[in-house]
Ligand binder design. Structure first.
Ligand code: EPU
Length: 428
């Protein structure tokens, strides 16, 4: 086991380069199955969620080769077994994207129910509804989602009951190779949906409207290999933006798409941060104290739920009262308990958190409950007096490449240390 030790009263200063988007990469890797050929993905982040997706591919018979640190060659010509077992699927939500890709290519798939961060119940009914509309039989037996197509995979008109990133991606993958036209209504519009559509189109698919709430997919018989670069990570970028604003820092965040950051930039300005936009970079700095603000998370282009914990940490030290309303997930406030250990004053009632800013946070021993909660604790640790020790950092490694190196480069004193396994007590 490892943990982070983070020194408090830190000011971040300098430049940081953002990598490829986790939530795009974990969809693009299964998408490569749709082509019977070689795909090359560039700007692939070196994170554990990506490793699991690549492992799933190799266990099915795919061939994976790193051409350099961020470029992966994927050859799915030899995929033989359309199955993703529990040992892999249980590690991440995105393992269920293999369903859509395998259905598209093999008309059959068997994928263990996915794992991923615990934000309360995360149903998959909209994925199943979409697959069934395309002509699949879907059953769940012994924890496996089994899909097969008794007749032909056929395009269909699908209205999603909720805006869902996962189901939009999954059904898009299957529909890319269905017969005829599929129309997805009330589709999610996140940047990684657009990125997936662009990748699939570069492989010969015919998908229009990604980035709007109506996506039209004309199914094609054959898809070919392609070389494609993963879109920059909106959430990694946003995390460094919040960290700069929280630490009264001055940081240039590079290799990003400023348009993707608008909902966050707007909120950071309301807290008194200074934002300067460039073509593919944003500079965030602060000289004035942190002002409170209210946030409601929503599907894109609203404020992303994946940046809510980071903002919760920043607002914990504002000079007033802020209200956060979580509009996407059931329960994404598990980090609040840990911030409270550091002196924050936050009351949670269902989907609403009322944050009464405090003058002082103090370093403490805390635990990451999920990926974004983990980085929120790093931000809080920078704002605190004294050292903070953060446990369960494997969550952070799921989505942030070299977070220690990047933060140290900005002047932070953050270290990863080994924690010896605690001895099992035999005392009664
Ligand atoms: N939902 C349903 N039925 C479904 C699917 C979703 O009711 O069949 C509900 C969910 O319960 C949730 C809402 O719809 O309340 C949105 O879920 P969505 O499907 O959009 O989320 P996801 O695909 O499970 C992805 C990201 C999450 C991110 C959410 C929201 C990936 C791999 N994961 O999850 O990312 O929070 O979209 O933007 O893309 C993260 O990166 O830290 C992370 C958790």
């Amino acid at each position: 086991m490892e943990k982070f030790v983070v020194e408090g009263n830190t000011r971040l200063e300098g430049e940081v380069t953002v990598g490829g988007a986790k939530n795009a990469a974990v969809a693009l890797i299964p998408a490569a199955i749709l082509a019977k050929g070689v795909c090359v993905l560039e700007n692939v982040p070196n994170i554990s969620d990506v490793s699991y997706q690549l492992r799933a591919l190799t266990e099915m018979g795919g061939r994976v080769r790193y051409l350099n640190k961020h470029t992966v060659e994927i050859d799915t010509s030899h995929v033989v077994d359309p199955t993703v077992p529990y040992e892999i699927a249980s590690h991440l939500r995105a393992s269920y994207y293999f369903l859509g890709a395998l259905i598209g290519r093999f008309k059959t798939a068997s994928v263990s129910m996915p794992g991923g961060c615990n934000f309360g119940v995360r149903p998959i009914d909209q994925h199943i509804k979409g697959f069934e509309s395309l002509g699949c039989d879907v059953t769940i037996d012994h924890g496996m989602i089994n899909a097969s197509v008794p007749g032909e995979l056929t395009g269909s008109h699908i209205y999603f009951d909720v805006v869902t990133v996962g189901a939009t991606i999954n059904v898009m993958l299957a529909a890319a190779r269905a017969k005829g036209l599929t129309i997805l209504e009330n589709a999610a519009k996140e940047p990684h949906i657009v990125d997936l559509a662009n990748f699939l189109n570069s492989m010969g698919a015919d998908i229009r409207g990604a980035g709007t709430d109506v996506i039209k997919i004309h199914g094609v018989d054959i898809m070919h290999g392609s070389t494609y670069s993963v879109v920059p990570d909106q959430i990694e970028a946003g995390t460094y933006m919040v960290a700069a604003a929280a630490t009264f820092g001055d940081v240039l965040i590079k290799n990003i798409i400023p348009k993707h950051m608008e909902s966050l930039s707007d909120k950071l300005v309301k807290t008194g941060a200074i934002i300067e936009e460039f073509d593919d970079a944003i500079r965030v700095s602060r000289t004035e104290e942190i002002q409170p603000t209210n946030i409601k998370t929503m599907p894109h282009p609203g404020f992303p739920t994946d940046l809510q914990p980071q903002m919760g940490a920043l607002l914990a030290k504002s000079n007033g009262t802020s209200v956060i309303t979580e509009g996407v997930t059931d329960n994404r406030y598990r980090y609040v308990e840990e911030l409270t250990r550091m002196g924050a004053n936050i009351q949670v009632d269902g989907k609403v958190a009322v944050i009464q800013g405090v003058e002082r946070l103090t370093g403490a021993q805390v635990r990451a409950s999920d990926l974004r909660a983990g980085v929120a604790l790093i931000i809080a640790a920078f704002m605190a007096d004294g050292d903070t020790e953060i446990e369960d950092i494997h969550f952070i490694d799921r989505g942030y490449e070299d977070v220690v190196g990047k933060l140290r480069n900005l002047g932070a004193n953050i270290r990863r240390i080994d924690v010896p396994d605690s001895p099992v007590s035999t005392a009664l």
